[in-house]
Design a protein around this ligand. Structure first.
Ligand code: KIV
Length: 267
């Protein structure tokens, strides 16, 4: 049965123990496919800086670019919830900038919610948005926008104080009103513990099987991205190879005069 995934629906999924399925998307065509496949939550992630734009990190992505991609995704979706990432630099610029950015995202793209990276340090920011009834997904652990201070894409919360910090971060964003939290790149037992202590759903990526849901970057899942593939990624197809084979076949047929055939022309 088709249903629109809303904020209360996401809470209900946790309550029912139904895993939340999330994948990133950045355009209309893939958004339609994800929606057709029954994905609950489509994340327009700033990972687009890496897999679409070819940057080494997510830091260069701008608000205008996020809105551009989120609007294309929203146009392809009938059922899934669409969440749009705040790009790097918004949360660092004060609450007025934050509020203006969230309003632009919701108004101009039609996304249902925004996602913000960070824990205790962004709790007030999240509170400012949720007080205005702007739905927020939080994101703690290996937050890619902090890659420079982490010294690379490194698993977080491995030692006791790191683990305590992540629990504190998760509790702070929940108290600030986030309706879900992405747990990225943390040990599986820690993700299990965070999921146990929170009443909002956790959505894991590189955080083990005990989260309330899972998210993957679409281009990783389909085997399209040939940059570094983290250990936590499962490639459900070798998309890059399949596409290359098709393109090589097209090139060969054009070069040999076998495409277009008579059936592809007009009389
Ligand atoms: O930007 C992104 O795609 C993300 C997911 C990896 C959670 O934040």
């Amino acid at each position: 049965m088709s249903r629109r995934v809303t904020v209360p629906e996401v809470a209900r999924l946790k309550k029912m123990g139904t895993p939340i399925v999330s994948v990133t998307a950045y355009d209309y065509t893939f958004a339609r496919l994800l929606d057709r496949a029954g994905v609950d939550l489509i994340l327009v992630g700033d990972s687009l800086g890496m897999v679409i734009q070819g940057h080494k990190t997510t830091l260069p992505v701008t608000l205008d670019q996020m809105i551009y991609h989120a609007s294309a995704v929203v146009r392809g979706v009938a059922q899934a919830m669409v969440v749009c990432d705040f790009p790097f630099g918004i949360c660092q610029s004060g609450q007025e900038v934050v509020l203006a950015a969230a309003i632009r995202i919701l108004k101009e793209s039609g996304a249902d919610a925004v996602k913000i990276e960070g824990g205790v340090e962004v709790a007030e920011t999240i509170k400012g948005l949720t007080r205005q009834r702007i739905p927020v997904v939080a994101h703690v652990g290996l937050t890619p926008q902090s890659v420079k201070s982490f010294g690379g894409f490194k698993v977080q919360g491995r030692d006791e104080s790191g683990a305590e910090q992540i629990v504190a971060d998760a509790l702070a964003v929940e108290a600030a009103g986030a309706f879900a939290v992405v747990l990225e790149g943390i040990p599986s037992p820690l993700a299990k513990e965070v999921t146990r202590v929170l009443s909002i759903p956790t959505i894991g990526i590189g955080a083990g099987a005990d989260c309330d849901g899972q998210v993957l970057v679409l281009y990783d899942l389909l085997g399209l991205y040939d940059g570094v593939t983290p250990r936590f990624v499962k490639q459900y197809m070798r998309g890059g190879e399949t596409i290359c084979t098709a393109l090589e076949q097209y090139a060969q047929e054009v070069r040999e005069g076998r495409f277009p055939g008579p059936e592809h022309g007009f009389s």
